[in-house]
Design a binder for this molecule. Structure first.
Ligand code: HPA
Length: 244
């Protein structure tokens, strides 16, 4: 039962991760975003992958999600925490707030979103009623409680196409649809994890109020400040999760 961590924007590497090996992996689906980093966190071996590459260079719609998850599984990973920076739609989720979503809506398009497309023996439809694995969500919630940060234990993640941010009207629609947070990388990652039978959940850090939710325009400088502070907490939360 090896833990894998997929780091998003702001988490290209994990501070304090004791490096054991860097593994360049190739897969039938192409190259993953970066070499896998095998390391030791709180005395436990984990496999880390930078979703956007190291250095950060691959935009959300160009990430090879199929190769990334395939590589993690071939490295022996069975359960994954995906870290995602998001915009907050719900007023109760301001910048700096964490959310462990329990559901999602996929608004992305044109991405390679399944392993079950070609050369099939049978057409396969995975059950995706609950897109996140409850045991991994529980591990995250226990860690959030221990670290004592503000968080929401449920929420609906809207996965948008990017790389641009949303319009105010788009965010109003997401809110009407029942979404609480919005990001660009939650899908197809979660569905591909399910197709591979990987246990998977998302730790979302709100880094800005979603478009139109705040009078001030979205500022990259403000996002970076929130992200820098939040990532120290992410590191602590991950430490709790893998050592529990
Ligand atoms: N929208 C989409 N993705 C994001 C946002 C946002 O406001 N903030 C961080 N990732």
């Amino acid at each position: 039962m090896s833990w894998g961590i997929i780091g998003g924007t702001g988490l290209n590497q994990i501070p304090g991760l004791q490096l054991l090996a860097r593994e360049v992996v190739s897969t039938p689906w192409g190259e993953p975003s970066a070499p896998l980093v095998r390391g030791c966190l709180e005395g436990r071996e984990v496999v880390f992958l930078a979703r956007h590459g190291e250095p950060h260079r691959i935009p959300p719609h160009r990430v090879n999600y199929r190769a990334n998850l395939w590589a993690m599984q071939s490295a022996g990973v069975t359960r994954i925490v995906a870290v995602n920076a998001v915009g907050g739609i719900d007023a109760a989720m301001p910048p700096g707030h964490f959310c462990v979503p329990d559901d999602l809506i996929d608004y992305t398009w044109g991405r390679d979103m399944t392993y079950f497309a070609d050369d099939l023996e049978a057409v396969t439809h995975i059950d995706f009623t609950q897109p996140y694995t409850s045991s991994v969500r529980k591990a995250l919630l226990d860690a959030l409680q221990a670290v004592n940060v503000a968080y929401s234990a449920t929420g609906v993640y809207a996965a948008t196409q990017g790389p641009r941010l949303e319009t105010a009207a788009e965010v109003r629609r997401l809110r009407k649809d029942g979404c609480h947070i919005v990001g660009m990388t939650g899908m197809p990652e979660a569905a591909l994890a399910r197709e591979l039978n990987l246990q998977y959940a998302c730790l979302a850090l709100v880094v800005n109020a979603a478009a139109g939710m705040d009078e001030a325009p979205i500022s990259m400088a403000a996002i970076e400040t929130v992200m820098a502070a939040g990532m120290d907490q992410v590191r602590e939360i991950l430490g709790w999760v893998v050592s529990a």
